[in-house]
Design a protein around this ligand. Structure first.
Ligand SMILES: Nc1ncnc2c1ncn2[C@@H]1O[C@H](COP(=O)(O)OP(=O)(O)OP(=O)(O)O)[C@@H](O)[C@H]1O
Ligand SMILES: [Mg+2]
Length: 253
């Protein structure tokens, strides 16, 4: 087995099924360091499943996922993750600071409490997403966009070089979307690799260095201009071509 250090995430022939029904079929992609990668595809395409397989949460039927050359099953917990909004119980009684601190739990031995360094890292992360003033608030008392930023802070506090985000822009206003994108770009500049599930095709070319277009299978992977092609999109999004022509026009400007 050869390990190529240029790739931080290597997915080969990934096939994942739920109840014997394949959600992902034979997906192979290699993601280089310092990239902001978008994952696009319609509802039910397998985007969240793809992220969970990279995290090692789901065992593939076939294929492998390697993180920095090691099996994803062995790197569980090392890759930072912001789950899709619907997957989180927002009524859980916990403060903003405690959520950010959860990002450090991987580093905190079970027999100790968080150190000053852990608290500092959590606070720094909250500052990055401009939520430090809310540190003592209950997470359930925040707006959707604020909650999303706190979850991003949790992932940043973890200090991982790889961040996986499942629709971080869902349900946030334009200003929050900008703020989140800004944080992602700064993380990239700091040497992190980010894989982000995104559903807005009109901003995909602007936001990402590479796009992964999936619907059960991999339809395209590469620079946005090579992925946002009318023929590919019409195959994947079936019969919503009017929207695509707008996306494509937008991509050319
Ligand atoms: N835990 C599960 N058990 C059974 N089937 C599942 C499970 N999770 C996902 N699926 C199915 O697998 C397929 C892919 O789901 P997935 O959540 O990965 O799609 P997605 O691209 O993230 O969709 P969305 O845009 O709606 O978030 C869907 O058909 C879904 O119904
Ligand atoms: Mg999803």
């Amino acid at each position: 087995m050869t390990i190529d250090n240029n790739y931080v995430i290597e997915v080969e022939h990934l096939t994942v099924s739920y109840h014997a029904k394949p959600a992902l079929l034979d997906i192979s992609v290699r993601i280089e360091k310092d990239q902001l990668v978008g994952v696009i595809g319609p509802n039910g395409a397998g985007k969240s499943t793809f992220i969970k397989a990279i995290l090692g949460f789901i065992k593939p039927d076939v294929g492998t996922v390697r993180i920095n050359g090691r099996s994803a099953q062995k790197t569980k917990g090392e890759v930072a993750y912001v789950p899709q909004r619907g997957a989180v119980d927002w009524d859980f009684p916990i403060t903003v600071e405690e959520v950010a601190l959860m990002g450090r739990y991987q580093q905190i031995p079970w027999y100790t409490s968080p150190s000053d360094e852990d608290r500092q890292a959590a606070l720094e992360a909250l500052k990055m997403v401009r939520m430090e003033d809310f540190a003592q608030r209950q997470i359930g008392e925040l707006s959707g966009g604020q909650q999303q930023r706190v979850f991003l802070a949790r992932a940043l506090a973890q200090g991982s070089d790889i961040l996986l985000l499942d629709e971080p822009f869902a349900g946030v206003d334009a200003a929050t979307e900008r703020a989140i994108l800004d944080v992602l770009e700064r993380a990239k500049q700091a040497g992190k690799t980010l894989v982000v599930v995104h559903h807005d095709l009109s901003t995909a070319a602007e936001y990402f260095d590479r796009l992964i277009l999936i619907k059960q299978r991999l339809y395209a992977y590469g620079p946005p201009r090579l992925v946002l092609r009318e023929d590919l999109l019409s195959k994947v999004y079936e019969g919503r071509l009017r929207i695509f022509s707008e996306v494509l026009k937008g991509g050319e400007s």
